[in-house]
Each structure stands twice: as structure tokens, then as C-alpha cells.
Design a protein around this ligand. Sequence first.
Ligand code: MN
Length: 209
Amino acid sequence: MVSKKDPLSKYKKRRNFTKSPEPAGKRKVKPSKKPIFVIQKHDATRLHYDFRIEIDGVLVSWAVPRGPSLNPKEKRLAIRTDDHPIDYAKFEGTIPEGQYGAGTVMVWDIGKYKNIKTKNGRVVSMKQCLKNGQIEIFLEGKKLKGGYALIQMRRKDQWLLIKMKDEHADARKNPVSTQTKSTLTDRTLKQIEKADEPCEKAQNERFYV
Ligand code: MN
């Protein structure tokens, strides 16, 4: 059902779940104490990385064309996209031609995150951080660890994803180009694409877990 208050209404509106293997999804009723993040490599019209973090029961999302960096000096453009349902975090598969977001999706990294944004010694809620356009989180992924900031720019949908300076920062490493397989299934984009031919919904369902 599409309602004005549903943060997933845009997500649902753009999709035909009888044709796309993506999860129809529900908003989580209870916000978790240990929220998750996921980075999905998406071989769509243009390859990009979907950076998603759980805030108040949904995955608030950005498309990062160049993917995350470990170098605090590199600011990566992140374009805010539709909120996604929590169960999208483990979605891996191929969205068929003609459907919104057509192309292959890989779970490049997934894990828990901590909100580390403070003001006057107090943690600022993620909801408020999102509103303020200033997010600081500590990722506990398989590929990515450490602090990342997401800073909103003047154009409201444009943000910057920046590695914060900490012991996990490393300008010499570039995991986007050296670690190219799925964290969930250890497959390449090609292997995911092949497994999905012909794209049957049933084949994908085991990856929803
Ligand atoms: Mn995408």
C-alpha cells in the first residue's frame, strides 16, 4: 500500500514486484539498537555503489558513483536516493531490463554501524543528523571499517562521502578496485548475473535471508 506517510512509498511506486526480484519490503516497526549499513555494487546504466544505512526502520540511501575511499582527502559524491526496505540489505541478483534500476546488484559490504556524531558531548540522533545534513558513523563491515562522514551540500540531493581520519584510513589502499567480490556470496558481478539467467524470482530468494 502506498501512503503519504510511508517512507518506502517512492521505492514501491517505482517497482513492479511481479517482474523484479527485489524485496517488496516493509518498514521495520522497532528501530534497532545495532543498526546496519550495506554497500551494494550496482551495475546499472552506469556502475555505482549504493550506500545504505538503517535509520528508523528503513535503509536511507545514496548512490556513490566512484564508491567509498579509504583516503580522507578524497571526497566522493553521494546522491541521495529513495529509502529502501531493511530486507533489501541482503538482496543480490539481477533486476530485469525495462525495470527500474535494471542491472546486477552485489552486496559489496555489509555490517553494523555506530552513530558517532556528538554535540556538546552528547550523541546527536541519526534522524537529526540526517535533517542537519551531517552524519558521522563508524562502520563495522568486512571490507570497510572506521569513521565515515556524509555531508550534505547546497543542492539537497548531493552529499559527500568522506573517510574520517582514524587508524582505518589508508590512502594507499583502494578496496573498490582490489576487492571486487560479494561479501555475502563471494561472487563477482558476472557470476551473479550468470546465476540469474534466466532471471527467475525463485532463484534469488535464497539470498534474501
Ligand atoms: Mn543503484
